[in-house]
Structure formats: C-alpha cells, structure tokens
Design a protein around this ligand. Structure first.
Ligand SMILES: Nc1ncnc2c1ncn2[C@@H]1O[C@H](COP(=O)(O)OP(=O)(O)OP(=O)(O)O)[C@@H](O)[C@H]1O
Ligand SMILES: [Mg+2]
Length: 291
C-alpha cells in the first residue's frame, strides 16, 4: 500500500532482527527496534561500530532479509515487495561480480536486468563508465581489478537504472583518498539532482561533509539522530589559525586572550594531515589535474 501524504522515501518503524546461531539455541539480536525516516532528497548517514546493525538495516530495506518485527517501507511500499525496489540502487558491503566479465559486460548485464536495451543500454553503460572513471578499463576483466576499481563498478551498477533512492553500504571502503573524494563529489552531485541517499561509512569526516542527517547506531539501537548541523554545530569555542608569529609573539597572544577573559584550549604549531600530503603528491604526479 502506498502512503499518499508522506514525502518520506524511507520509513523504518520498530525494526528488529534476530539471527539464529549455528547451534540454533542461541539467538543474536542484531537490531533492536530501530526507527528512522529519510525524506525525499536527503542524504542520510548511518554510523556505528562494527557489528552495530548498519548492513542488516540496509538489507531489510532492500527486502533482502525479513524483519523479525517492525516494518520497513520504501516509497510507501513494504520493503519485501518488488514494487518497493523499482527505483532503488544498491551498493552492497561486499559486491559480488562475475570476474570473467569485463567492466562493460558487467554493466550491460546489470542494465539488462533493469530493462535497458539496444542503444539506450549502450549509451547508459558508457555514461556510467565515464562517471566512475573506468572508461579506460572498460574492456578489462574484473579479475584484474583492484579493490577500489571494483568498488567503482559497484557504484556504476547501483546507478545504472537512474535510481531515486541510492543505498550505499560503505561506498568508499578500500578506495584511496582521491577516489574517496570523487565518490563524495558524486554523492553531492546526485543530491543536487534530487536523489535520496542512504549510506553507511566509517569515514566520519566524509559522512559529516556529505550528509544532511546522521543516525548513530550502537548494538542494534539508535542512540542519537539528527541533522549534522545540530549534532556538530558550532559552540562557543573559536578556532583561530595564525601565521607569521614566533614563540614570543604566540605567548603575547596567549596573554592577551587571558586578559580578555578567554582561555586558550590548545596552541600548537600545525602539522599537515597525511591526507593532504597524499593528495598533493598524487595530484602533482598526475600532472596537476586535481581530482
Ligand atoms: N546472516 C547473519 N547470520 C547471523 N548473524 C548475522 C548475520 N548478518 C549479520 N549478523 C550479525 O548481526 C550483527 C550486525 O551485523 P551487521 O553486518 O549489520 O553490522 P554492521 O554495523 O554492518 O557492521 P560493519 O561495520 O562491520 O559492517 C553482527 O553481530 C553480525 O555478526
Ligand atoms: Mg556492515
């Protein structure tokens, strides 16, 4: 049944999932009554430690596993019904591909599964290869692909049918920092086109950059949920970046701040992040084209 009035693309209410252990006597409760919603056009990030229940929640949303209790709805449809999946793209945690196929053949295969044919299929496959920067590797077999390249094929596969909801289970796992930034930019451009995105990731800096709202899940329970602005919004602490002062100058600055009634929480000469060193070196090597 479709919900007429809600603009919620994803609705999860009291979702509980129990797994029976191999011994059959013990039950593992992976998710314990989780509720969340994702509005149309929103980018929502689910974060939490290993084993918290992120992938289980995503799989339930895709109808890949049945809730023990509660309900999961996508575009107003029960997630277990095929109708719910028409406009959904999914990048699983460990995508499985036929390794003997080339990148192009793989995307053609998934395109056909989504009902694309002929010239439309060919054009869409090429568009996806360009989008994830695999056009040069289009005729190579996946057996020779690196982890990051396989992840890009997984993303292209998830996007082939031009979904309205994209579910990404750790989209940047195994991808190098430049590739990660490209995926971040891709998610932002999809958001710009109105695509709703549900992702989970352990790269919290990226989650903060890309998501509108975030949920923190711990041992199968939603602990905190809210907009990134409300969770990470500025307090009364100010970060000041100063150049050109020697140690004596820094000490005077510190004294002045204290005289004004403030306090200096941290003052240290800043080192560059390893990420920025990496990106600079690789970008220069590539010929200064940036990312
Ligand atoms: N098919 C399964 N059978 C039994 N237990 C499972 C199954 N799938 C998941 N679990 C268990 O459910 C819990 C949640 O797993 P889940 O994969 O959802 O965690 P996660 O938050 O995605 O973790 P990660 O960050 O490591 O990917 C874990 O304890 C896991 O071992
Ligand atoms: Mg997972």
């Amino acid at each position: 049944m479709a919900l007429a009035s809600s603009n919620m693309v994803v609705e999860i209410r009291g979702f509980r999932k129990e797994f029976k252990s191999a011994l059959l006597r013990k039950r593992l409760v992976a998710v314990k009554g989780l509720s969340m919603e994702i509005a149309e056009g929103e980018v929502y990030g689910l974060i939490g430690p290993n084993g918290a229940g992120k992938s289980t929640t995503m799989k339930a949303l895709l109808g890949l596993l049945q809730p023990s209790a509660g309900e999961c709805r996508v575009f107003g449809h029960d997630a277990s019904k095929v109708d719910a999946r028409h406009q959904v793209g999914y990048l699983p945690e460990n995508p499985y591909f036929f390794k003997h196929q080339t990148a192009r053949e793989t995307l053609e295969f998934y395109g056909k599964l989504c009902g694309l044919r002929g010239g439309g299929l060919k054009a869409r496959v090429q568009e996806m290869l360009d989008l994830v920067r695999l056009a040069d590797a289009a005729e190579r077999r996946l057996s020779g692909f690196s982890k990051g390249m396989l992840q890009r094929i997984g993303l292209a596969q998830a996007l082939i049918q031009d979904p309205k909801l994209l579910v990404l289970d750790e989209p940047t796992a195994g991808v190098d920092p430049i590739g990660s930034r490209e995926i971040r930019d891709l998610i932002l451009s999809l958001k710009g086109r109105g695509v709703t995105v549900f992702l989970c990731s352990h790269l919290l800096e990226q989650v903060q950059e890309v998501c509108d709202r975030v949920g923190v899940i711990y041992e199968g329970e939603m602990v905190v949920q809210g907009s990134v602005d409300s969770l990470c919004g500025a307090g009364d602490e100010v970060q000041l970046s100063v150049g050109g002062l020697d140690d004596a100058g820094l000490q005077s600055l510190r004294r002045w701040i204290v005289e004004q009634g403030g306090s200096v929480e941290a003052m240290a000469r800043r080192e560059r992040s390893l990420e920025s060193v990496f990106i600079d070196v690789v970008t220069q090597r590539k010929g200064g084209h940036g990312v």
